[in-house]
Design a protein around this ligand. Sequence first.
Ligand code: HEC
Ligand code: HEC
Ligand code: HEC
Ligand code: HEC
Ligand code: HEC
Length: 205
Amino acid sequence: MSAQDERTKTAGSSAVLLICFLVGLGASLLVGWVIFPALLYSEKEQPIDFSHVVHVDAVGDCEGCHYFRDDGSFSGIPDLSNCAECHEEAQGEDPEELKMIQEYIEPGKEIPWMVYSRQPDCVFFSHAAHVKMGEIECKACHGMIGESEHTDTYEYNILTGYSRNIWGKNISGLTSNTWESMKMGDCGNCHDEHGENNACFVCHK
Ligand code: HEC
Ligand code: HEC
Ligand code: HEC
Ligand code: HEC
Ligand code: HEC
């Protein structure tokens, strides 16, 4: 074999190697970024399609529905009695409103909302500490939900049952807004910035 042939052969096998590498890389990226997340997460729709825009207009502000009780605890999502104050009778002709009246208000059944930001049971979180003492805006942790016209699809991890919003939609873990994920490291980063204690027992009682 001449030196020339030898070089061509080496170049040829490097090209084969490179192609194998690229195909392998492509396949693992496809599994890691597309197929695995698609298999790992499942979706559910909220029981009623609820418009925040319509209701912030009707009620006036967020606190009319999401308020602090006298003991400092946070009311969270309002219960059916709040909705019934206005919806005992239909306010309009929206089919979602009629569905709510028939399936929940008339039989007196609470609407089983799914909470996008729900943390595992072992995590302690208090709205009063963050909203009242820390003066942090809702948006910093929840994004634009208060300005939404429709409820978002709820996605959950089929292995743990936890909401996808905790780990975020971007599986690289990179986020450009504080509300895109709320995992342990995200809580800890903001605590570091504010000089808060980050010992395990602060968040895990
Ligand atoms: C202060 C009164 C008020 C309260 C309290 C209230 N609503 Fe409404 N709601 C309205 C008005 C006004 C409309 C608009 C009716 C129309 O023009 O179709 C509306 C519309 C709706 C609709 C149809 C439009 C849409 O997609 O949002 C749904 C569903 C609904 N409300 C659900 C709820 C639920 C659930 C609650 C309780 C958490 C609630 N409402 C509490 C006044 C209220
Ligand atoms: C009429 C009552 C009402 C008013 C007013 C209202 N909300 Fe809501 N909010 C709800 C209901 C019902 C849900 C559950 C359905 C949903 O997720 O959209 C909810 C859900 C939320 C959630 C989702 C929490 C989670 O993780 O699942 C956030 C955040 C929120 N509201 C913020 C706001 C903000 C900010 C405002 C003011 C700009 C506001 N809301 C005004 C009734 C209300
Ligand atoms: C520092 C971050 C942070 C801020 C600021 C914040 N929240 Fe939350 N919110 C959370 C977390 C985390 C949860 C889930 C708590 C859990 O699972 O125990 C939550 C849960 C909720 C829920 C669902 C509660 C339930 O159990 O029904 C509502 C509604 C909500 N927040 C609304 C608001 C509103 C309105 C504001 C602004 C007044 C606000 N949040 C500010 C982080 C935050
Ligand atoms: C955007 C910033 C920010 C984020 C995000 C945040 N925190 Fe905090 N947290 C604070 C600040 C500021 C305080 C101190 C408030 C004060 O007492 O003045 C605090 C205090 C606390 C406390 C102590 C409350 C008490 O009763 O003593 C706990 C527990 C806590 N955070 C849990 C969490 C958890 C869990 C998460 C994530 C789900 C989280 N925090 C996300 C800023 C943040
Ligand atoms: C600032 C709040 C905060 C502190 C401090 C903190 N954690 Fe967490 N931890 C969380 C949150 C929020 C989650 C749930 C989201 C996640 O898995 O990232 C979590 C989840 C976990 C889980 C997984 C639980 C499950 O059900 O999936 C373990 C284990 C854990 N933490 C251990 C620790 C240990 C050990 C420390 C101390 C070295 C610690 N944490 C400190 C907020 C905190």
